[in-house]
Design a protein around this ligand. Structure first.
Ligand code: NAP
Length: 279
């Protein structure tokens, strides 16, 4: 599994991580086993949020990381409705308790709400001083929001919607993040539920042919395309152990320039910059 530097944290983090939205919707024992299988395969970057299953996803992650916390790059997110100075601290303490840990590796504002950004950042900085979070970042921030939040300290990452059918961030967000050494974390890298191109379409066949040439799945090819940009990480969610194994293979998959160009033609990013898409 390739690792790369995660923004300004100085940490080497797995390029392919694990998402946890709706993980709590299935069998809990299996979900914990699947996460641990992912860790064994090097997918030690785990993304959760207080929102997911109203904290139940964090409880499952807590069970999965028990006894192996030091291997994990653990990320969670605060809801905008909890983004006040006191609200962030209380939300973080709730996440830490559910996760059964004393620290988050990175804590994100899930999306921008009504609380002034400076107030939320001040709370993040307080949590950092207290050792409860090691870094902070943002999610669903377009370039104007990134400019505004970047005062004395930059966020270490921006977690944004990015998959083959939705490449809008390539126009402005990725270049801005590259320039400022901010990690880009691709959420819903398969387009969430049912968003992946069918193998019966021309686009799907392009991925299938490349996948066959490498002995991997089309899903692994899609992930490898997204993380072919040095600043980008991806956090697919999988509750099926075979899916986790497929996704891990993307962490070592190198597509040739010709394969990248073929995927680029099949899934055009669009010629014009547009506002940030969200799910
Ligand atoms: P996703 O990862 O794009 O897609 C998940 C779907 O893909 C599931 O149905 C999963 O099936 C399936 N899948 C996974 N690997 C597969 C494979 N190798 N072959 C075939 N199917 C596969 O969707 P997502 O959950 O929306 O996004 C990923 C993570 O990003 C979330 O879990 C969450 O942590 C984060 N996220 C963040 C935000 C934000 O606002 N910051 C928004 C959305 C998501 P199985 O479950 O059956 O394996």
């Amino acid at each position: 599994m390739e690792t790369r530097s995660f923004g300004s944290t100085g940490r080497q983090v797995a390029v392919i991580g694990q998402g946890t939205w709706y993980l709590e919707a299935g069998n809990a024992t299996r979900a914990v086993e699947v996460l641990r299988r992912g860790f064994d395969l090097g997918m030690t970057h785990v993304d959760c949020a207080e929102m997911y299953g109203s904290g139940r996803a964090e409880e499952l992650v807590g069970k999965a990381i028990a006894g192996r916390r030091d291997e994990i790059f653990l990320v969670s997110k605060v809801l905008p409705s909890h983004a006040s100075k006191r609200g962030v601290v209380a939300a973080c303490e709730g996440s830490l308790a559910r996760l059964g840990t004393d620290r988050l590796d990175c804590y994100l504002l899930h999306w921008r709400g009504a609380v002034p950004l400076q107030e939320t950042v001040a709370a993040f900085e307080q949590l950092q001083r207290d050792g409860k979070i090691l870094s902070w970042g943002v999610s669903n921030f377009d370039v104007a929001d990134l400019e505004e939040v970047s005062g004395s300290e930059l966020p270490v990452c921006d977690q944004v919607l990015y998959h083959l059918e939705e490449r809008a961030i390539e126009h402005q967000v990725i270049p801005w993040c590259e320039e400022h050494s901010v990690a880009v974390v691709a959420y819903s890298p398969f387009g969430h539920k049912g968003g992946f191109p069918s193998r019966h379409t021309i686009r799907g066949r392009v991925l299938d042919e490349i996948a066959q040439a490498h002995g991997v799945t089309a899903h692994a090819v899609a992930l490898a395309f997204l993380v072919s940009t040095p600043q980008v990480f991806a956090i697919p969610k999988a509750s099926d152990p075979e899916h986790v194994a497929d996704n891990a293979k993307a962490g070592d998959l190198r597509l040739s320039d010709a394969e990248l160009a073929r995927i680029d033609r099949a899934f055009p990013r669009g010629t014009h910059a547009r506002s940030l898409p969200t799910l």
